[in-house]
Design a protein around this ligand. Structure first.
Ligand code: 5RP
Length: 230
């Protein structure tokens, strides 16, 4: 079974009529978008704010009505993928380069559900290089200041070109040996001139849907849930 599909589709069960939702990015949320498209065609009334141009494109194709922070100050629910999740629900995100807008929608929401397959669950963050969005101006200097924090910073490329985020910025993938104090690391990186945002999402997620070979597991901060939408 496709574990990402299981997790992504399950998340759609938590979306109720009238909600304004945040749509994350990536190949797991892709399945949430497809499912929501079906539900919308059957009469579900929702509005969504996409976290990337690609999610916007997918949502439009699926027929999901879109809105923006011009009209809405807070979302009812946000659904997003992750590159790593630790046992306290701290996340590394930004593998797809959408971390800034993702952090925005995942911050200004009443409830944030993570959708992942089992491979994303880790005991400690850091095997996945930490994405950091930086402004292009002076990125070489920002790279050096990131390296002083103990990582090997690698400017993200797409084919042979520099990867450009939806915000017109660069992404530096920071290879730390380990991340044993994600809060301090986020704070230290965030205060560097030239840094826009880090892919550390600390204490933001409320619930996680994990796609497994034999089904899904719903995990709340209190432990395993019975798997029914509340
Ligand atoms: C994009 C992200 C994605 O949520 C993350 O990379 C997970 O993607 P996928 O569901 O494709 O594994 O942070 O910036």
């Amino acid at each position: 079974m496709n574990e990402k599909k299981l997790a992504g589709e399950k998340a759609a069960e938590y979306i109720q009529n009238g909600m304004t939702i945040g749509l994350g990015s990536g190949s797991t949320v892709y399945w949430t978008i497809q499912k929501l498209g079906e539900l919308v065609s059957q009469g579900l009334q929702i509005k969504a704010i996409p976290s990337s141009m690609e999610t916007e494109r997918l949502a439009k194709v699926a027929g999901i009505p879109l809105t923006s922070f011009f009209e809405v100050n807070e979302l009812d629910l946000s659904i997003d993928g992750a590159d790593e999740v630790d046992p306290t629900f701290n996340l590394i995100k930004g593998g797809g380069g959408a971390l800034v807008r993702e952090k925005f929608i995942d911050s200004f929401t009443r409830k944030f559900i993570i959708v992942v397959d089992e491979s994303k669950l880790v005991t400690e963050l850091g095997s996945f290089p930490l994405p950091v969005e930086v402004i292009p101006f002076g990125w070489e200097v920002t790279n050096k200041t990131l390296a002083e924090l103990g990582c090997i910073p690698v400017l993200r490329k797409e084919n042979d070109d520099i990867f450009i985020s939806d915000n017109g910025n660069y992404i530096v993938d920071c290879h730390f040996p380990t991340i044993d104090d994600p809060i301090s690391l986020h704070t230290n990186i965030k205060q560097l001139v030239g840094v826009v945002e880090t892919g550390l999402f600390i204490d933001m997620a409320d619930m996680m849907i994990v796609g497994k070979k034999d089904g899904v597991e719903i995990v709340t901060k209190k432990g395993i849930d019975e798997g029914k939408p509340k």
